[in-house]
Every structure is written in C-alpha cells, then in structure tokens.
Design a protein around this ligand. Structure first.
Ligand code: ATP
Ligand code: MG
Length: 253
C-alpha cells in the first residue's frame, strides 16, 4: 500500500453470522478506512444493524475476523471489550436514551462511564456538544418530552461526546421530516470533519447518501454486492442496484 493512502480502521474478513437457523451474513468482507464516511444500504432484514452490532462487539460472529485499529475483537471477553467500545460511538436505530435521565445526564453518561469525575469538565463538554446539535436550551428535559428529531440529535450528542475514533449511526434520519433529516445529515458530516472521526451509517435515505457518504456499500444476500461512490451507485446500470436505488417494487396496483 502506498505510504500516504489511508489504512483501514475496521476490517471484516469472511464474516459469517447465523442467528438460530437463519444465516444472515455469508462471508462478509469489508474494509472501512480511517476518516472515511461510509454509507451502508440494503433491504430490510438483510443484516445492516447486525453488522454494526458485530463491529461494536455487542453480538459475536459465527466465524470470520473483525479487526478494529489492528486488534482482533472477535476473541475478546466482555472486560476486554470495554476499551474497544470506548473507541467507537454508536447511535442506535431507536436512539436508546434513558427515559429517567435528563437530556444533560443522558449526554454526560458516556463520559462518566469512561471514568471522568470532574463535574466542571463534564458540564463544559455537555454544553459544547448540545450547542452543536442545537439543544443547549433543553438540558433539563426528559427524553419523553423531546420530539423524535430532538431525540435523534440528543443521541448524536451522546455518541460524539467522548470524541470516539469512529461513530456508527443506525438510520439516523429514519422517520424525520426532510428538513430535520437534512440538518442531521449535515451534523454527521460536520462531526466527521471536525473530529476527523470515521463515520459508518446505515440508511434507507438516498438523499442522505449524497450529502454524507464518501463511499457506499450495498449489502445483499449476506455479502457486499456493490461498493463505490454515491455517483457510481446512482449511475449504475446493474438492474438490481437500479431497482433498489429507485425503490421500484415492480408491483402494479
Ligand atoms: N437479536 C436477534 N434475535 C433474533 N434474530 C435477530 C436478532 N437481531 C437480528 N435478527 C435477525 O437478523 C436479520 C437481520 O436483522 P437486522 O436488524 O440486521 O436487519 P436490518 O438490515 O438492519 O433491517 P432494517 O433495515 O429493517 O433495520 C433479521 O432477519 C432479524 O430478524
Ligand atoms: Mg436495522
């Protein structure tokens, strides 16, 4: 590899994942480069969320290898996974905020988990990320009192507060209105550029891909069917890709 070409931060090799009788991943190979913004697309139930959970070490592979920053994570135990998980922030598909904690406490949570005890440092870091996501005036609110878009922003603030090397976003704009979606997309892009972190995001939103992704992979039948830039994806003449991108079911009514 040439000296200045980016090296992979995350490498999945021949990853297979069975859940019960179902084979979800069938030998997935995927390299995610330092600092890139990678979009993952694919039909519902094809294993996109499972792939993110495998990278986080929240699920274990059936076989194959996952290296993060050069460390093989598939053989680590729960205790050893702690430092690994701190390198990676994750925005879960449902936000996964704690309903009984205020917005401020939710966002501070990963810093406390990482062992930070200095109250002033924590308050300053929380203020900074909440300003970034436009929620600084809502610190005291509990998650049920926030709108869907605000909860996504809050979850984003919580995912970035420890300044992880990499952030995994599971459908960050699903269910949001187009304007809020666009602001979340830009927020993800800004976060990636500002902290130089690697961004991996699952989406069904083709507009998001154009705004956020340097590269896109299309997961199909448990393997990567396509990898390329958003422009290459949208101009592909492959009928399978074309159908997915245009969202035509082929049904008539
Ligand atoms: N904890 C689990 N227990 C049993 N089956 C699971 C579990 N998690 C995922 N699966 C199954 O694995 C398959 C892939 O699920 P996954 O959540 O990764 O899909 P996805 O690609 O993220 O879909 P969507 O776009 O709908 O979010 C599905 O068939 C799902 O039912
Ligand atoms: Mg999913």
């Amino acid at each position: 590899m040439p000296k200045d070409s980016p090296s992979p931060l995350i490498e999945l090799r021949n990853v297979q994942k069975h859940i019960g009788a179902q084979q979800i991943l069938r030998g997935l190979d995927l390299s995610i480069l330092h600092g890139e913004s990678l979009g993952i697309i694919g039909g519902s139930g094809t294993g996109k969320s499972v792939t993110l959970k495998l990278i986080m070490g929240l699920m274990s592979v059936t076989s194959g290898s996952i290296k993060v920053d050069g460390v093989e994570i598939t053989t680590l135990n729960e205790r050893q996974l702690g430092p690994h998980r701190r390198k990676i922030g994750m925005l879960f598909q449902d936000g996964a905020l704690f309903d009984s904690l205020s917005l401020e406490e939710n966002v501070a949570f990963p810093l406390r988990e990482a062992g930070e005890r200095d109250h002033r440092k924590i308050a300053a870091a929380v203020q900074e990320v909440l300003e970034d996501v436009g929620l600084a005036d809502h610190k005291e609110k509990l998650p049920p009192a926030l709108s869907g878009g605000m909860r996504k922003r809050a979850a984003l603030a919580r995912a970035v507060i420890t300044k992880p090397q990499c952030i995994l976003y599971d459908e960050p704009t699903a269910g949001l209105d187009p304007i809020v979606s666009d602001s979340i997309d830009h927020l993800i892009r800004r976060t990636q550029r500002r902290y130089g972190c690697t961004a991996v995001f699952v989406t069904h939103d083709m507009k998001s891909l154009r705004t956020v992704a340097d590269r896109v992979v299309y997961l199909r039948d448990g393997v990567i069917y396509f990898s390329g830039t958003p422009a290459e994806l949208f101009t592909s003449t492959d009928p399978v890709i074309h159908q997915f991108v245009t969202g035509e079911s082929g049904e008539t009514s």
